[in-house]
Design a protein around this ligand. Structure first.
Ligand code: NAP
Ligand code: ZN
Ligand code: ZN
Length: 348
């Protein structure tokens, strides 16, 4: 075992504070990574605050991890010391169920993927995430970061990137399709970039027009304020696909009415409380509402290659670990442009 510096949550309400955690000895299939950067995902905040259920404190969040391999176990074949590598939202799964075998490990049903933090590893120990100096992960759950992508920019791709890439692919976004992205935050801004890179026509639906210039620069061709009631009149029946990246409850009925016949609204945001959906909003227009959870390891690797090839990278604000609590407050206030990424040098 080795000890590593980290930032941990100790309760649902207290600020995150410096902590020391342990990482397991390298097993035969393990890769040790020095963490260089860790993104702050809104899911970290939902989890820390207990909005998604029980948390084992102290808990180190962070599932957008990019760094460099410092050690490999005796049986490792996929990585070498010095490789640039990343870890996303899960660090293991059963590897035997139908979904794992299909490369959809995020939907493992036996009993489920093992989260990068707030989970329990195969060794029975709690998993601790990326707001830390180093991590040890089985090689099959580690991603290779293409040369063209900086480690700081790579980090947010490992959750925000794959979470928007996967549904865009699944619902065939591309030339001739009209996509709307609700919420221009961490997920949303990558959703806009990726959908545009795939050739779709993209509209941003944001609370206000404050970030309009950014949205258009990121690749949207239209940008509307949802505080303006005419938005919902103007855009009725227009979109084949809507990605909802909002972390709070919305009136889904009015957004569903923006879909074409057979259009799909995909829930990516996971607010604490349920949202109601009137049946009529689905029935008229044979519309669908769906959900999507991150992506499997193979698809995450595919997304990284796609981003390298198409020059897609997140817009980030790099911060020191002692700024994490302020960053949380700013994310909660929708004051993020567009992902906070922690430089973890001082934790190594
Ligand atoms: P984020 O950076 O905070 O972005 C969320 C955006 O939603 C904000 O920037 C804001 O955009 C909009 N928004 C926030 N509060 C709102 C409100 N009350 N009403 C209307 N719009 C509001 O968060 P994120 O990291 O992108 O994560 C977004 C959500 O996705 C979270 O719930 C997170 O847990 C979830 N998530 C899900 C998955 C998955 O696998 N499905 C993966 C990662 C994250 P505007 O200012 O433009 O309106
Ligand atoms: Zn995330
Ligand atoms: Zn499985």
């Amino acid at each position: 075992m080795s000890t590593v510096s980290a930032y941990a949550a100790t309760s649902a309400t207290d600020p995150l504070t410096p902590a020391t955690i342990t990482r397991r000895e390298l097993g035969p299939h393990d890769v040790a990574l020095d963490i260089h950067f860790a993104g702050i995902c809104h899911s970290d905040i939902h989890t820390v605050r207990g909005e998604w259920g029980q948390v084992e404190y102290p808990m180190v969040p962070g599932h957008e991890i990019a760094g460099v391999v410092t050690g490999v176990g005796s049986e490792v074949t996929l990585f070498q010391v010095g490789d640039r590598a990343g870890v996303g939202c899960f660090v293991d799964s059963c590897r035997e169920c139908e979904n794992c075998l299909a490369g959809e490990e995020q939907y493992c049903d036996n009993p489920g993927m093992i989260g990068t933090y707030n989970g329990v590893g195969r060794d029975g120990q709690p998993t601790q995430g990326g707001y830390s100096g180093a991590i040890v992960v089985d090689e099959n759950y580690v991603l290779r970061i293409p040369d063209g992508i900086g480690l700081d920019a790579a980090a947010p791709l490992l959750c925000a990137g794959i979470t928007t890439y996967s549904p865009l692919r699944h619902w065939h976004a591309g030339p001739g399709t009209k996509v709307a992205v609700i919420g221009l935050g961490g997920l949303g801004h990558l959703g806009v970039k990726l959908a545009a890179a795939m050739g779709a026509e993209v509209t941003v639906l944001s609370q206000s027009l404050k970030k309009m210039e950014d949205g258009l620069r990121l690749g949207a061709t239209d940008y509307r304020a949802t505080s303006d009631r005419t938005t919902f009149k103007d855009l009725a029946g227009k979109f084949d696909l809507i990605l909802n990246t909002v972390s709070a409850n919305l009136d889904l009925e009015q957004y569903l009415k923006l879909l074409t016949l057979d259009g799909t609204l995909v829930e990516l945001g996971m607010p604490e409380h349920p949202m109601s959906v009137p049946a009529g909003a689905l029935i008229f227009g044979r519309r669908r509402i769906a959900g999507s959870l991150i992506g499997g390891i193979a698809e995450t690797q595919e997304m990284l290659e796609f981003c390298a090839e198409h020059g897609v990278a997140p817009e980030i604000e790099v911060i020191e670990p002692d700024y994490i609590n302020e960053a949380y407050a700013r994310v909660l206030a929708s004051d993020v442009r567009y992902r906070f990424v922690i430089d973890t040098a001082s934790l190594r």
